[in-house]
Design a protein around this ligand. Structure first.
Ligand SMILES: [Zn+2]
Ligand SMILES: [Zn+2]
Length: 475
């Protein structure tokens, strides 16, 4: 029996998560009897079942199943639904880097606790997707791989041998691109899935390192494809501006709030603060506070520093002198009385998170600063802060508008490759067929136009959610 979905009787890919925005990443491959899932993300903007990719595509057919799941990295939009996929397909094997496996051990239980708490508080009516107690049992299915070593991916009903290999993707600790090699007929076909990728070095992690081309099919992220500004900022000049902003805040006796994502950006920011202290840009004695789950994640960064790619393996996130942010209103008030730096989540300052609560205490004072270092989705409190033009901002709907007198700064430290880097990647990998994912319509259109311009012979397709497309090139 050949795989057959919507008339396609050859290997195909179908996107089960959102494709026209940054939602849940989840792509299903059916290759000659083997079912492979690339990422099992949850949509960070949805709750409960609404956050889950469309697994019905696989469940509703008799000719589709999942043998293997590959998780490229531990961000919610790539990892968050893994327990749901295991509930639905209990015989799967799950492949990831060892560092991602360690991070999943921190992030999935934390996600389960958060879902339960939201339901208890009544902030959502959605049932939690999974409970902390069941996660221990799932960990036996997680296979941690070294970078660049091949592993078996042929499914139990697979008619053709398939091998996988993970390559360093930069981005965040543990992040990997996936190479899949298929013995197809008399030929070997190579597929590469970049997932989220950063080809340039950040403060802790070096840029990604990918295989040489030519390959047959490239599944390419296009997050920054629609962003003409991203390529105009250099990390060096942004880092200098960020250091200056911290210095000015501290000199006027204020506190700098740096809202961050717990995985990736928070550790990178702490590494930059460490550099600023060493170079004398800010005083070595300046107190730095961190809080919550990012501390557990920093611990994984430090434990894996000799076994994962690093710019400097001697650097430890916990080597950066930092205090745990005190709990409770009084503790926070005390912290704000002396100059200091607060590195806390969430990055977009969502209501009821620590960064939002702190910002409410800080916005009306001229001496403080809020320094934004990551992506701020439209309508998030962080975006409202950046876009305010009337001297007021709504951080919490319940509280309403507050006077905005503090300094607000924005710095472009992306964990994603900008679009010129993505084009260079296409040049390196020399794919004959390119499938564009993980970017809004605008981003994917720009990428498609430019790839066509430089590689007129390449087949380019922009898959729609739930619609299978050929995996291999036509000839
Ligand atoms: Zn990511
Ligand atoms: Zn992502």
């Amino acid at each position: 029996m050949a795989p057959n979905a919507d008339g396609l009787d050859e290997p195909y890919l179908v996107c089960l998560g959102a494709t026209d925005e940054i939602g849940a990443s989840c792509h299903y491959l059916q290759i000659d009897g083997t079912g492979i899932m690339l990422d099992a993300g949850a949509d960070p903007e949805e709750e409960g079942r609404d956050a889950v990719p469309d697994l019905h595509f696989i469940k509703d057919r008799t000719d589709t199943w999942v043998d293997h799941v590959l998780i490229t990295h531990a961000h919610q939009d790539h990892l968050g639904c893994l327990p749901v996929v295991i509930q639905e397909f209990p015989h799967v094997l799950v492949h990831m880097t060892r560092a991602t496996r360690d991070l999943a051990g921190v992030l999935l239980p934390s996600s389960a606790r958060l879902q339960a708490r939201k339901q208890q508080e009544g902030s959502t009516s959605a049932d939690p997707l999974f409970a902390v107690e069941e996660l221990d049992a799932y960990e036996y299915l997680y296979l941690g791989h070294h970078l660049e070593f091949p592993f078996e991916l042929t499914g139990v009903r697979g008619r053709t041998p398939i091998e996988g290999r993970l390559w360093d993707a930069g981005h965040v600790l543990g992040a990997a691109g996936v190479e899949i090699e298929v013995e197809y007929g008399d030929e070997v076909r190579r597929v590469f899935y970049t997932s989220d990728t950063s080809m340039t070095a950040q403060a802790i992690l070096p840029g990604g390192s990918y295989p040489e081309g030519p390959i047959d099919t490239l599944i390419l992220e296009s997050t920054l494809g629609g962003d003409p500004e991203a390529e105009q900022f250099t990390r060096k000049s942004e880092e200098r501006k960020f250091g200056e902003a911290l210095k000015e805040t501290l000199e006027r006796g204020g506190t700098a709030l740096v809202p961050v994502f717990a995985l990736g950006r928070s550790q990178e920011v702490l590494a930059m603060i460490d550099r600023f202290k060493r170079r004398g840009i800010i005083d070595d004695e300046t107190p730095v506070y961190s809080a919550g789950m990012m501390r557990a994640i920093s611990d994984v960064y430090d434990k894996t520093r000799f076994t994962t790619p690093r710019l400097n393996e001697d650097f430890e996130v916990y080597g950066v002198n930092q205090k745990r942010l005190p709990r409770g209103q009084n503790g926070l008030q005390r912290v704000l009385q002396e100059p200091g730096i607060l590195v806390v989540s969430s990055g977009m300052m969502f209501e009821r998170t620590i960064s939002n609560k702190l910002a409410q205490e800080m916005v009306d004072s001229e001496k403080h600063s809020i320094l934004l270092v990551g992506y701020a989705r439209e309508d998030s409190p962080a975006a409202r802060l950046l876009e305010s033009t009337n001297g007021a901002v709504v951080l919490d709907e319940a509280r309403g508008a507050q006077p905005l007198n503090c300094q607000v700064g924005r710095f472009r430290f992306s964990g994603h490759s900008h679009r010129r880097d993505l084009l260079n990647l296409v040049e390196q990998l020399e794919p004959r067929r390119i499938l564009l994912v993980h970017g809004d319509a605008n981003a994917r259109e720009w990428m498609a136009d430019n790839i066509k311009f430089f590689n007129p012979d390449a087949e380019i397709e922009v898959p729609e959610r739930g619609k299978p497309v050929r995996l291999f090139p036509a000839d």
